[in-house]
Design a protein around this ligand. Sequence first.
Ligand code: MGD
Ligand code: MGD
Ligand code: SF4
Ligand code: MO
Length: 815
Amino acid sequence: MNNKLKTLLTGGLTRRDFMKSSGAVGGLAATAGTMSLPFKSNPVAAATTATVEEKLVWSSCPVNCGSRCPLKMRVVDGEIKSLETDTYGEDVYGDHQVRACLRGRSMRRRVYNPDRLKYPMKRIGKRGEGKFKRISWEEAYDEIAANLTRILKDYGNEAVYINYGTGVLGGTVTKSWPPGASPIARMMNLLGGYLNHYGTYSSTQYTHGLDYTYGGGWAYGNSFSDMKNSKLIVQFGHNPAETNMSGGGIIHYYMEGKEQSKARTIIVDPRYTDTAGGREDLWIPLRPGTDAAFVAGMAHVMISEGIVDQPFLDKYCVGYDEKTLPASAPAKSDYKSYILGVGPDGIEKTPEWASKITGIPVDIIVQTAREIALTKPCAIHQGLGIQRHANGEIAARSVAMLSILTGNVGVAGGGTGGMPGSYYFNFASFPTFSNPVETSIPVFGWSEAIYRATDMTALKDGIRGRDKLEVPIKFIWNYAGNCLVNQHSDINRTHDILQKEDDCEMIVVIENHMTASAKYADILLPDLTTSEQSDFLMSSEADFMPFMIFASQAIKPQFECRGVYEMCADISKRMGVGQEFTEGRDQEGWLKHLYAESLKMNPSLPSYDEMREMGIFRQKAPKDTFVAYDTFRQNPEESPLGTPSGKIEIYSERLAELAATWELPEGDVIHPLPIQASEFEGWDSPVREKFPLQLTGFHYKARTHSTYGSVAVLKEAAPQEMWINPVDANERGINNGDLIRIFNDRGEVHIPAKVTPRIIPGVVALGEGAWYAPDKNKVDKGGCINVLTSQRPSPLAKGNPQHTNLVDVQLVKKA
Ligand SMILES: Nc1nc2c(c(=O)[nH]1)N[C@H]1C(S)=C(S)[C@@H](COP(=O)(O)OP(=O)(O)OC[C@H]3O[C@@H](n4cnc5c(=O)[nH]c(N)nc54)[C@H](O)[C@@H]3O)O[C@H]1N2
Ligand SMILES: Nc1nc2c(c(=O)[nH]1)N[C@H]1C(S)=C(S)[C@@H](COP(=O)(O)OP(=O)(O)OC[C@H]3O[C@@H](n4cnc5c(=O)[nH]c(N)nc54)[C@H](O)[C@@H]3O)O[C@H]1N2
Ligand code: SF4
Ligand SMILES: [Mo]
């Protein structure tokens, strides 16, 4: 890749990475003496009788759900019998208990699940068949070391890939995400490195899109707690009641902020979500993938009625109108011209135009535009649902336009239109050295990098660090992830790619359960659960009350399971870097070391032993709200944004350059402005003649992605069903509970229908993460949406457009 282009590309920082390293909201300042423990220590009770040994041990739920919770295990004779969660303090807002949700509370059923992996295994059937034979740990290590040595020698380090996996995102030594922070990365870096990826399945269109607007890699929004200062709240594709639940999750701050301000609330989502749930004032259902048109229609109202914040646009922004267009931009390429139809496309983005695209009535568009422009401050946030689309980058940028046009950026009670900001706990990370390999692929591109690697280029496929990939992926480490199969798009295609054992030669899966991905392993290593080992876990999104958890080993390792640290230490030894890997420490040794390092950064932490006893340490942030880019608002010259101009770039010269140089397939749009663009399988796609219904996904309370997906009580409490509007159901003779088939050219799923007015007609929805369960004809009976999703990436981030799908639905059997 040429250097000029390289500097145009975003740095590939992920959200949590960025927040951690940023002085702005990253970690709390160490304020020795000013911060006392927020609660009393609660000693671990240990009752021993002659025959029964009973103890209470703090553990945790380490998964990727936007929260993180402590679990106190009641262990009787070496077995977890029951558990409770955070019970400290008075449970008042700001010092509230971090209580686990039903998933975490069912941890016992995950630890003792019949699906639990027991022994190291080697595949004997075809990949995916699930046929394995039991082998010893020695055999497993030998096999891995021999293959790794051979592949490194024959193909080089760029042929080794660490797949995305967020099952132990919460851990420190056992951390699975970002992959560069995992023990696997530490080992691979000692061996010369591995092929990197950039972006995440969560947010890559968001980060890549909004980086061009606000700069800095991750666009911040005001925290939910700041809603106490708002007069109006608008949420686009955001469902924190399901995605950030539990006592530590930000739904708590959303509820409290809203309660304090009593602000009117508008929810924009094709589905009536749990976040709406009777607490909203207006639900605006729209067709998936059309948020940009909705915003453009509202912008038309604001501009033509003269209710935009012109002084803000003049002072802080680039490209709103011709006055602030950069010199390189053609005439009439500004946003105002685009909206008023005097730009190159000549189309006026009237509310009538927007209504045809979105399905939202004209009067709602007009009324909402006026309300947003005239009710200040207005808190606008987006979730990640709108960006997990084929046009996700511009959709994310579009929503931000509402906050920008109305001058809500950088003020209390307002916001940026981005994701809500949070403070993070300041704690040492497990050192993994740096990766000598610079080549990087988009996170979603790994399956392509197996079979058409050397065809993948910088300009066509977003390869970074090289103009094109030099070698295919030959070896995959898949630790605590189900993105090898279940969570990656188009499972039938992935299956075909992985069938060819001469292409990807070795897949090592490190897991707790026999997941869809585990079935594709060549060597399957049974990992400990968090209950069987000790580690530190940091809060995820936790607004102004970040916290840390000391999870201690509650029970002995089950069966022959071993921890990932021990596995990596043993494999490193075979590869000749054992001492460098461990530095003479076992896992507990690292915990002590990292805690001592953290104490230096944050002296208000209790001692190691006290912390182990307390389990959870909650710490208030310096402020009880977070206002994104407030210093920029106060003084843009002194505190510029991370964009090339230092201002909010409504028109991005960097995007104009990419639009001119990148090789895009027909229909893909990269544009300097946040314009409306059609999706390859959207409401106006010709594919609708064959598959008339839009299928959108969502993150479901029954699971965290696929984790907890095999726990029977959870499946019963929140069953896997496809949402369909009565209008579409009646047309197809479908009643609530009937078994239906959902299908397109990529695959077929059979599950029950949930017939409900909670979804807009023309759209069906399926919670992501259900366990893929194909019959012999490859018809999935588990309800896994990725049988139906596409591997075609989004234009800019080359990310996963997993909410962009067209399908049809038919009745299979009456209930
Ligand atoms: N269609 C569609 N697909 C999606 C999404 C979508 O919205 N729609 N969302 C995407 C997003 S945002 C994400 S983040 C990804 C998430 O995808 P993944 O990161 O693959 O998340 P999970 O499915 O939870 O898989 C985590 C795995 O870790 C395992 N695990 C849990 N605890 C442990 C442990 O202690 N040790 C080990 N070794 N393993 C453990 C679990 O059993 C599980 O198999 O999915 C993406 N896929
Ligand atoms: N219970 C639970 N919590 C989770 C997770 C989980 O799997 N389970 N996953 C965690 C992870 S890793 C992540 S990344 C986050 C994900 O959080 P999000 O990505 O925000 O979650 P989604 O449910 O995919 O999307 C949010 C909403 O967007 C809506 N939506 C879809 N398409 C569109 C559209 O085009 N326009 C609009 N306006 N709305 C749309 C969906 O209907 C949904 O209600 O959640 C985290 N929290
Ligand atoms: S799934 Fe999330 S909210 Fe539920 S217990 Fe685990 S960390 Fe907490
Ligand atoms: Mo995610």
